[in-house]
Design a protein around this ligand. Structure first.
Ligand SMILES: Nc1ncnc2c1ncn2[C@@H]1O[C@H](COP(=O)(O)OP(=O)(O)O)[C@@H](O)[C@H]1O
Ligand SMILES: [Mg+2]
Length: 172
């Protein structure tokens, strides 16, 4: 008989440790994004980090389109590389999708008014290191990594302290 042990561990930020998720292909990344979009609430902020091509925009696009579908809506979701922010109206809630790669300082973030949107919108932020101290403390962090041995494979590492999101990820 195999003994099954379980331990509750804490990360250095005091959040329960989240198991990393392996996505073997783009569809698996999209499925996780769609599941999280279903249960998203105003004020949720997702900080999407990782190198160029890791899948941050793929995740954001699936998330936004899934949320729009709940309201019978469809929109193209281009990468906001040049516009910096794209805003979508999903029923009563706005979704702010930003890509801060080209910003150099938190002062430029302030000009985009992201911090005003954080409390009431659903926010998806690529290159969140540019936020400096403006990142919401209770944001959901997802770090995307390429899996070198598997083209099309990605590792998603989650860090958050939300029971709602934890439940969703366990079933996604
Ligand atoms: N498992 C995967 N998850 C997400 N994207 C993947 C995956 N496998 C391959 N891709 C491809 O990787 C690229 C990711 O691009 P993108 O989302 O724009 O990256 P980023 O926004 O992180 O710079 C897309 O061309 C996508 O088709
Ligand atoms: Mg991108």
């Amino acid at each position: 008989m195999t003994a099954i042990t379980s331990r509750t561990e804490e990360s250095e930020h005091g959040c329960p440790l989240q198991p990393a998720r392996t996505c073997r292909n783009q569809s698996e990344t999209e499925r996780i994004a769609e599941a999280l979009a279903e249960i998203a609430e105003p004020g949720d902020c997702y900080l999407l980090s990782g190198p160029i091509g890791a899948g941050k925009s793929v995740f954001a696009r699936s998330f936004i389109q899934a949320r729009l579908r709940q309201f019978g809506l469809y929109e193209e979701v281009p990468s906001p590389t040049y516009t910096l922010v794209q805003i979508y109206q999903a029923g009563p809630v706005q979704i702010w999708h930003s890509d801060l790669f080209r910003l150099n300082s938190p002062a430029e973030v302030t000009e985009l008014a992201l911090q005003d949107a954080f409390p009431h919108a659903i926010s998806l932020v690529e290159w969140p290191d540019r936020l400096g101290g403006l990142a919401p403390r209770d944001a959901v962090r997802i770090a995307f990594e390429h899996i070198d041995a598997a083209p099309g494979g990605r590792l998603l590492r989650f860090k958050h302290s939300s029971g709602r999101i934890g439940d969703c990820l366990r079933h996604a």
